[in-house]
Design a protein around this ligand. Structure first.
Ligand code: NAP
Length: 490
């Protein structure tokens, strides 16, 4: 750890579990280490929740539910708005902490604080706008009343790649709707959530409304919470394989679920694209967050007439990238999250090259402390290569080419995932055809980044269920009640 500002900040991050408004150690005093992926060093030891701690967190969320769910929406909204203001004030601390535990460049961490904060503002505005319906039934014999109610205590599981935004994207709509929550951050990046919950406390969130359990044994701890009949909702962001397991567990209690799972985004560049803009969009869609984003472009599907030029331009830009610790000036590519991630990316690149792809730049693990993989460009990637089937989750561009529009669509849809697609074309009709033909929950049409708290984020096929953000986001935490009453004039 390099400087006193980091030491001070880490000293301020609570190291306990947050249950019923109290910071407390885990049962038996167990702890686990959080490391800096750019050095491999431990930065802090934090409490390691047991099954018993998980159940205690659900006890607290269940006890707080009656009071929070009947708190006026305006009051809940004002607390969320205060949280937004505090986060804006403390932006630098959150950005630095995320860079320390996750590795992304500081500028990108600051971008995540802005993005993550916007969920607090958006849902503070949505909280007071939940509405019902009233009207005569078609027969005219009665009145139909439709009302919305918070679903109950929720369990929120977040991943390590966006430690703040994935938490605010779940916590803000849940609280806006009147739900109480137990949050389980990823074991690699729990510190940001702890600092954020301290902020929620400062913003006035009452005891028990938000509870946090860090744990190194997410399987058994989660299973105990999910199988508890008091839980009414599970929201998960992470890999499809874990999501499928959790869906099975959630089926027993017929829980409401939101699942934000893996992606395998196609990035199509047609021959009529503005190539300058396509290259800028490609760099943003691929290298933001070190390529460790579910929205990261995974397969570049480029028209054969421009594929060589596109690959050359991307390679030239990648040559100027600077890899290093995210806190260092000018760094554009930080470390991957851990050894396992480095092994996976190495294997995908090795397999692509063995199948005949051209390695234009990068392709190797960097010889230095931490878990760094060089930014890489592969062109002429052959069909059947693993890299076209799997989510890369690293700084690797894989380019294939096509000649006919139908082939581009077929290649793009040839995946079990359907989170996001990107298309670059200046032909309006073609762009409209892509909206209709691509099997995707989200589409970037001539843009490389689409995420926005005001938009419904989510996927088709194995990429998930439900939507986060937008007008849809709060409804994931509400349930509908229909009441019929006789015609009052009869
Ligand atoms: P992961 O291994 O599925 O982990 C995600 C979360 O699930 C972590 O909190 C993890 O905790 C927890 N977890 C793991 N096994 C569990 C189990 N058996 N029971 C309960 N919880 C369990 O995924 P990841 O590698 O951290 O994240 C990368 C994946 O997330 C990628 O596939 C990416 O596409 C996806 N993602 C999707 C979106 C989206 O919105 N669609 C956004 C971001 C990321 P531990 O750390 O303790 O294992």
């Amino acid at each position: 750890m390099s400087d006193t500002r980091e030491t001070d900040l880490l000293g301020h991050v609570p190291d306990g579990l947050y249950i019923g408004g109290q910071w407390r150690p885990a049962t038996g005093g167990r702890t686990f280490a959080v490391t800096d992926p750019s050095t491999g060093e431990t930065v802090k030891e934090i409490a390691d929740a047991s099954v018993e701690d998980g159940v205690a967190a659900l006890d607290a969320a269940s006890e707080a539910f009656p009071s929070w769910s009947t708190t006026p929406a305006r009051h809940r909204a004002e607390i969320l708005r205060r949280a937004f203001d505090l986060l804006t004030e403390r932006k630098d601390d959150f950005a630095l902490l995320m860079t320390i535990e996750m590795g992304k460049p500081l500028k990108e961490s600051a971008g995540e604080v802005t993005y993550g904060g916007e969920f607090l503002r958006w849902f503070s505005e949505e909280a007071a706008h939940v509405q019902g319906r009233y009207g005569a039934n078609p027969e005219g014999t009665g009145r139909m009343i439709v009302t919305q109610h918070p679903v109950g205590p929720c369990y929120l599981i977040t991943p390590w790649n966006f430690p703040l935004a994935m938490a605010t994207r779940k916590i803000a709509p849940a609280l806006a709707a009147g739900c109480t929550v137990v949050v389980k951050p990823a074991s690699q990046t729990p510190l940001t959530t702890s600092l954020f919950v301290q902020l929620l406390e400062d913003a006035g969130v009452p005891a028990g409304v938000v509870n946090v359990i860090n744990t190194s044994t997410s399987g058994p701890v989660s299973e105990a919470i999910i199988s508890d009949p008091r839980l009414r909702k599970l929201s998960f962001t992470g890999s499809t394989s874990v999501g499928e397991k959790l869906l099975e567990q959630a089926a027993v209690g017929v829980l409401r679920t939101s699942m934000e799972l893996g992606g395998n985004a196609p990035f199509i560049v047609f021959e009529d694209a503005d190539l300058d803009k396509a290259v800028e969009g490609a760099l943003a869609a691929k290298f933001r967050n070190i390529g460790e984003a579910c929205t990261a472009a995974n397969r570049f599907i480029v028209h054969s007439s421009i594929a060589e030029e596109f690959a050359r331009r991307i390679t030239d830009r990648v040559r100027d990238f600077r890899t290093g610790r995210g806190t260092d000036e000018g760094v554009t590519i930080g470390p991957l999250i851990d050894e396992r991630a480095v092994e996976k990316v190495s294997e995908l690149v090795r397999d692509a090259v063995a199948n005949g792809a051209t390695l234009r730049i990068g392709g190797e693990v960097l010889e230095r402390p931490g878990t760094f993989f060089a930014a890489t460009v592969l062109s002429d990637v052959r069909p059947g290569s693993q890299i076209l089937r799997e989510e890369i989750f690293g700084p690797v561009v894989a380019i294939v080419s096509f000649t006919e529009e139908d082939d581009a669509v077929r290649l793009a849809n040839d995946t079990e995932f359907g989170l996001i697609s990107y298309v670059y074309t200046q032909n309006l009709a073609r762009g409209m055809r892509m909206i209709e033909r691509l099997e995707t929950g989200m589409l970037g049409l001539n843009v490389g980044v689409v995420s926005n708290p005001a938009a419904p984020f989510g996927g088709w096929k194995l990429s998930g269920l439900g939507r986060e953000g937008g007008a849809e986001g709060i409804h994931e935490y509400l349930q509908t009640k229909y009441t019929l009453t006789p015609d009052p004039f009869a």
